[in-house]
Ligand binder design. Structure first.
Ligand code: KG4
Ligand code: ZN
Length: 343
């Protein structure tokens, strides 16, 4: 029987369920976003997120089955995000997945959320050529990694403090823009002057592949405090554009350097911030000048969704149900160690 995976994602503020087949074709991908509910707290409160997941999870799974036109008899595997993420949020998906795997007597595949962001690009036509250097930028993580094949990776570097997406969210918040901040800054960017504020390019010339985004945030705050309050639309746009330029130059510079040094055949950009069209464009162009090609997920698969969990499950191992646990910190996170995809 060919594989049909029911995948579940609840690591942060999206409750999602998807059906994915053996070729990685997405038969359905239902995403119930809580972003609007976290706008008032300007960020995700884990217990609030968990309560929302708990009420959304069953209807989301039912809708995913319905939209895929599959029945439960067609499902051969259950996959779930087990790590990393907010513990109370992860637990909702993991408990649901364990219950379904038990009741339906199906194998359970725990998936690493970061592997899943990256794996969305593995099923494209054409597929990326290996070895790959991957830049993953999300609300909780920023990592450069080296992949000799689809199931092995070595962490080259990561952020020492804030994640890239977190920096977008915090800068947007300083300007009174709603959560999540990345799309808000992206919207203002074309109206702003990228050169007006020369924000730092943190660790751009550091020999390591690490990032640091907390300093740039402090610098943005210092500049905002010098501007007339409340901020004019043009000042906001200029801050947004100058900040995005600094972030882009840093992310692109470090990624291209790592790709050339490691002899990558292609480069992957993924995670929520990969939805940033400006970052996609500048990275594409800079890689092209260096004879390299960029692979990105379609915009609709950049943010958190369960289809990516189902796709990553095609290369991950089944685990005994009692052995699958929600784990807030991923252990595939040690710099310089090579690990197979598994939890
Ligand atoms: O991967 P993701 O959906 O969730 C996590 O796993 O964290 O990433 C969410 C992050 C948020 O910080 C959000 O502001 C950022 O991705 N983001 C963007 C854009 N769309 C989402 N950042 C920059 N430009 C965008 N267009
Ligand atoms: Zn994510």
């Amino acid at each position: 029987m060919t594989k049909r995976i029911l995948a579940i994602e609840s690591s942060c503020d999206e409750t999602s369920a998807a059906i994915v087949d053996e070729q990685g074709t997405i038969l359905s991908n239902v995403v119930a976003s809580q972003a609007g509910e976290h706008a008032s707290t300007m960020g995700v409160v884990p217990e609030v997120a968990a309560r929302r997941h708990a009420s959304a999870i069953v209807p989301t799974i039912e809708l995913a089955l319905q939209e895929s036109t599959q029945t439960r008899e067609d499902i051969t595997h259950i996959a779930v995000t087990a790590t990393p993420g907010l513990l109370p949020a992860l637990q909702v998906g993991v408990v649901a997945a364990k219950a379904l795997a038990t009741a339906w007597k199906l194998p359970l595949i725990p998936v690493n959320h970061l592997d899943a962001h990256i794996a969305t690009t593995f099923v494209q036509d054409p597929e990326p050529q290996f070895p790959v250097v991957s830049l993953l930028v999300s609300g909780g993580h920023t990592e450069l990694s080296f992949h000799p094949d689809k199931t092995t990776r070595t962490i080259l570097g990561r952020t020492r403090d804030d994640a890239g997406g977190e920096a977008f969210d915090k800068v947007a918040r300083m300007m009174g823009l709603p959560y999540p901040g990345g799309p808000q800054i992206a919207k203002l960017l074309p109206e702003g002057d990228k050169q007006r504020f020369p924000f730092p390019r943190p660790m751009l010339n550091d020999p390591s592949d690490d990032f640091s985004f907390s300093g740039i945030k402090t610098d943005v705050k210092r500049i905002i405090d010098t501007l007339p309050q409340p901020l004019s639309h043009q000042d906001k746009a200029d801050v947004a554009a100058s900040f995005a330029e600094a972030m882009t130059e840093t992310l692109v510079g470090k990624t291209v350097r790592a790709a050339l040094r490691e002899g990558a055949a292609s480069v992957i950009l993924s995670g929520g911030v990969a939805a940033d069209k400006y970052l996609r464009q500048v990275l594409t162009d800079t890689l092209k000048q260096n004879g390299l090609e960029l692979y990105v997920p379609p915009i609709s698969l950049c943010g958190d969704n369960a289809a990516m969990i189902g796709i990553a499950a095609l290369w991950a191992d089944e685990r005994p149900i009692h052995d699958v646990h929600a784990t807030p910190t991923s252990r595939t996170h040690k710099r310089g160690t090579t690990e197979k995809y598994s939890n």
